[in-house]
Design a protein around this ligand. Structure first.
Ligand code: GLU
Ligand code: MG
Length: 418
């Protein structure tokens, strides 16, 4: 068959799904400027491709413009069409950012961090997921056998990540049934969120070519363990030096890192509505799942909301020193997660917040987290009133569609989406 190459330009909005439009690759240079058409209500398409309500109606025109810095291309060597897409920004027709563009939300947060503290964020999104190409067997957790039985998925995925510039770091069989995990190298600023989007899609793309799925839904079985997203982060000063560690602090945190973490804990009730944004996200956040249940910071404790990660003695401690935000999952757009996290941290730095002695429990449901987000004047300011309102309408509409379903039925639905 004759074939002509196409390229997609995509965004990852409130639903956490990657959506966009394609065009012939030969038109790339003009599309880099004009983008593709987009409409405000696209943002309101939820995880189940429904639009229960929208503040935007059917009106308005926007453009989704590819970012030359966020191109992903991978060939699979099996005759299938390559994965070739750009991540982009949603803009008004005059080229200015649209107020609900998730990528610009993250960009604004990173700029605020630089302005307030003079530092850049170095971060990496660590992902857990379930691969459908293996059967669950007793004793599978972390086993070489579970690694082996996923066949060539891991190699195909690693090759795709490498080609797409997402810098694969580790791949492992995780604790849960058919569960695996991967990490990619940390990146500065917005690039780490781009990498997270690209990495999830390359996992899905590889699995698809093998006739299977990589499922990133926060939890598949209400009695099982969840698929977390753990965001490792540290700060780099203007010269690239580490600005995260202070050996004199009881936790080893620099003042910037300490206030930033305090900001995260302070805003955790509202933050979870963005970083754990599905009904089933809150099934994951229950005791005995190695997932957080209270808004706390602990050293080397995988049950904490924020974990201070270990450093290998002898090596450069300050450079290795990093924190891990564990209250996130793949139902969230990495742009929204990164933006919310950074804005909350920046507020902690601005107000010189200190670490609380005890953490309050996390919200038990998305509904209560959304109430906290609605009540948060700072969150409304970070997002802007229109985005804040659209987010609440989006998620509450999605929740209303799940009424009457039990936890297993909800998990099954989300597993089909993510
Ligand atoms: N699966 C756990 C979660 O949902 C995390 C396990 C781990 O510490 O890697 O966050
Ligand atoms: Mg893990």
């Amino acid at each position: 068959m004759n074939r002509e190459a196409l390229i997609m330009v995509c965004t990852c909005e409130m639903s956490g799904r990657v959506r966009g439009k394609g065009f012939p690759a030969r038109e790339l240079s003009s599309r880099m400027k004009s983008g593709v058409g987009w409409v405000p209500t696209n943002s309101m398409i939820n995880a189940f491709s429904k639009i229960p309500a929208t503040p935007f109606g059917t009106g308005g025109d926007l453009i989704l413009v590819p970012d030359a810095e966020a191109e992903a291309k991978a060939e699979f060597g099996d005759g299938s069409a390559p994965e070739h897409f750009f991540l982009g920004d949603i803009r008004q027709l005059d080229g200015t950012p649209w107020e609900c563009c998730p990528r610009n939300f993250a960009r604004r947060a990173l700029a605020a961090l630089k302005e307030v503290a003079g530092v850049n964020l170095l971060s990496a999104f660590e992902h857990e997921f379930v691969y459908t190409g293996v059967e669950s067997r007793p004793g599978e957790s972390y086993s070489l056998d579970a690694y082996r039985r996923q066949g060539i998925f891991a190699e195909g995925f690693t090759a795709a990540l490498r080609q797409a510039g997402a810098e694969p770091e580790t791949f492992l069989p995780e604790y849960g049934a058919c569960q695996y995990e991967f990490t990619v190298s940390p990146a500065l600023g917005l690039q780490s969120a781009d990498r997270a989007v690209i990495a999830r899609e390359m996992a899905r793309a590889t699995a698809h070519r093998l006739g299977h799925r990589a499922i990133f839904s926060p939890i598949l079985d209400p009695a099982g363990v969840g698929n977390g997203v753990h965001i490792h982060f540290s700060f780099r000063d203007a010269h690239g030096g580490s600005a995260t560690h202070d050996p004199k602090d009881p936790f080893g945190l620099s003042p910037i890192a300490r206030h930033f973490a305090a900001g995260l804990l302070h805003h955790m009730p509202a933050l979870t509505a963005i970083t754990a944004p599905s009904s089933v996200s809150y099934i994951r956040l229950r005791p005995n799942r190695w997932a957080p249940t209270v808004a706390d910071l602990k050293r080397q404790d995988r049950g904490a909301a924020i974990r201070i990660c270990p450093v290998i003695p002898g090596a450069d401690v300050a450079r290795q020193f990093n924190l891990e935000y564990r209250v996130a999952d793949s139902a969230a757009s990495p742009y929204l997660t990164l933006g919310a996290l950074v804005f909350a941290g920046v507020d902690g730095i601005r107000r010189k917040l200190d670490l609380p002695s005890e953490g309050p429990p996390l919200s038990a449901t998305l509904s209560s987290a959304l109430d906290a987000l609605e009540a948060s004047a700072p969150a409304k300011e970070w997002m802007g009133a229109a985005f804040h309102n659209a987010y609440l309408v989006h998620k509450r509409g999605e929740l209303a569609g799940l009424e009457g379903l039990d936890e297993k039925a909800c998990c099954d639905l989300y597993a089909e989406t993510y």
